[in-house]
Write a new protein. Structure first.
Ligand SMILES: [Zn+2]
Length: 462
């Protein structure tokens, strides 16, 4: 049994206590007449109060703040370590050569960078202060601040991208989350709503993946070239045989990572980056050129580097959509370069000699990925039969994993992969097979009519 240990509470409570103290003192840009948080009914979850406080304090739409945080960190309160781009916390307050939202937040809130980095409530407050200052600089009036659609320019600026297409990608991601709604793993929720963001000058920016921004190496990919400081021009495979694929996690958001590769100070890049939510992919370095991703020149010269949006410690990022899209690329690469489809040639960054990085980490499922790469790509389907109540959904393949939801008797579920877990007896017999029906969501096969005794053909193991 491997139950993920959680460390809730301590940082958050510490943050709120410190924040309460800080708010008793002067605040540089307090809203004169703080409006009530706008949008949907009050959210639950441990961060709800912090978002309400920050939204009220700086008169920023609460749901917009939450959507930005969800895009950056999935609202993971443990997101305290720096991202690859030098960003911190739930709101990714950043301190790098191109983006200084951390320092700006410190100036506006009079909270120290240490507190802003480490304490979730302070981090959220700092982001709200920065967004509000950007809104003031764009001339957004007090009367217009309740409308999320007027905050597009401040959100795009917060992301820090220099390329207009990437700036648009960053802000569109936030507005897409407002449009679809979302619920974090700990219960913070924003309901879906219609949005019509006023993009201003960015309305004319090319949409990544549209005309003029397509990869010429891999059809499904968009093209957003990295800074020439961050890769080495070559003529592969002629100059260097390509014999490995190296798997990474970004330690940052999709748009933020693509943007980081465009920053000349980054000194890093990857060929491709995948988005967690839907498996969208952007190419930053041509396959013929050498991306700087593995931290080992020999490996860099002979590999393709693939980044995946997310943080190694948070399983919420590891979606089936991303696995399947990435595996399709790796299958294409292995075909085109004659690379064996095995773990000796499809490796994690952590496995590169001399690696100082741990990605993709223990949440990356190699069994599942390698089967997808090898063409076992089916998605099964089944009907749940509980004979009465709802069926518990668990975070892992076993009755000892935490319950993370339920499905109704008679519901149809998709089966992305099947795992061996604890033995369960149900309407369809006794089995140790568990079906993964979503990201970190499992149900026992003893309660699912799939049409097969045991494993479903062409559905991967996980
Ligand atoms: Zn890496």
């Amino acid at each position: 049994m491997t139950v993920r240990t959680s460390r809730p509470g301590r940082l958050l409570l510490g943050g709120l206590l410190t924040l309460t103290t800080a708010l008793a003192g002067p605040v540089a840009t307090a809203s004169p007449a703080a409006a009530a948080p706008t949008g949907t009914p009050a959210s639950s979850g441990p961060l709800a109060a912090a978002f309400d406080t920050a939204a009220t304090r700086y008169d920023v739409p609460r749901d917009l703040l939450m959507a930005l945080g969800y895009a950056e960190s999935r609202l993971d309160p443990e997101a305290g370590t720096p991202s690859a781009a030098g960003g911190y916390g739930i709101m990714h307050l950043a301190s790098n050569t191109q983006v200084h939202t951390l320092e700006e937040a410190a100036g506006l809130t009079r909270l120290t960078p240490t507190v802003l980095r480490a304490e979730p409530a302070a981090n959220i407050l700092g982001a709200a202060a920065v967004l509000r200052s950007y809104a003031d600089q764009t001339g957004l009036t007090a009367a217009a601040r309740d409308d999320v659609n007027g905050w597009y320019a401040p959100v795009a600026r917060y992301g820090g991208a220099t390329d207009p297409s990437v700036a648009r990608l960053y802000a569109d991601t936030v507005y897409d989350l407002l449009r679809t709604g979302f619920t974090s793993a700990r219960g913070e929720a924003v309901a879906a709503r219609p949005v019509a963001p006023r993009r201003g000058g960015l309305e004319r920016a090319a949409v990544l993946g549209g005309i003029g921004t397509l990869s010429t190496d891999y059809g499904p990919a968009a093209w957003a070239p990295a800074s020439t400081s961050n890769y080495t021009v070559a003529s592969r495979p002629g100059s260097h045989p390509v014999n490995r694929v190296v798997i990474h996690m970004t330690q940052g958001s999709y748009a933020g990572s693509i943007s980081w590769f465009q920053n000349p100070a980054a000194k890093v890049s990857a060929h491709y980056t995948f988005r967690s939510s839907d498996g969208a992919v952007t190419q930053s370095v041509r396959e013929k050129d050498i991306a700087h991703h593995a931290g080992n020149w020999t490996y860099n010269t002979r590999s393709i580097g693939i980044e995946h949006e997310g943080y190694v410690d948070n399983p919420a990022w590891f979606t089936d959509a991303m696995y399947r899209a990435s595996a399709a690329l790796t299958r294409s690469l292995t075909t085109r370069y004659g690379i064996p489809r095995d773990r000796a040639h499809i490796i994690g960054h952590v496995e590169v000699p001399g690696a100082t990085h741990t990605d993709p980490g223990p949440n990356w499922n190699w069994t599942y990925y390698l089967q997808l790469v090898n063409g076992v790509t089916g998605i099964g389907s089944g009907t749940v039969n509980t004979e009465s109540a709802n069926l518990n959904v668990r975070s892992g393949p076993g009755a000892s994993y935490p319950i993370v939801g339920s499905v109704a008797d008679g519901a149809t579920v998709s089966v992305y992969c099947q795992a061996v877990g604890s033995t369960v007896t149900g309407p369809y017999g006794t089995t140790s097979i568990w079906n993964r029906i979503g990201t970190n969501r499992y149900v026992s096969d003893a309660f699912v009519l799939t049409g097969y005794d045991g494993y479903i053909p062409n559905v991967p193991r996980c």
